[in-house]
Design a protein around this ligand. Sequence first.
Ligand SMILES: [Zn+2]
Length: 158
Amino acid sequence: MSNDRLIYAIWTPWAELLCGTCHNQAAESSTKAHAIAKTIPIQHTDTPQFRSTCDRCDVAVACSYEDVAACKNLVTALKAAGFDDAQLEQTGGMCVAATVRKDGWIAVATLDEEEGETRLYVGIYKSQAHYDDGDTAADGGGLTEDQAVAAIKAELPQ
Ligand SMILES: [Zn+2]
């Protein structure tokens, strides 16, 4: 596969970003028709494509949703930083967040748009109840991926 072709990825209702092959293995037979394992010439699509990796097999993929790709890439960076249980989550209406849970604390990162620039927002919550109430222990926006990882590292219990 040349560098300018990537596998088109599916953002699933159960909060995984999957290549067609993994989607076909995971999906109910009734939904397999939606998942065609195909590659696309990334520079020739009408809609923007954002580079990320498959949740299950780590193959390089292209995703139509910038927030899903950014959160998945953050999950990958968090796992590399030692947060093994970092994962994507659905936050309602197919919206996406990257989350880490540790000792009852929850870190939630989403994509934020500020003056036309897309950056990450991170909220840190002391418990599920605080998360449900939107009561952050710490939060910050306008972050790059590296800054988001550093913020989560700094704020979660060690
Ligand atoms: Zn895959």
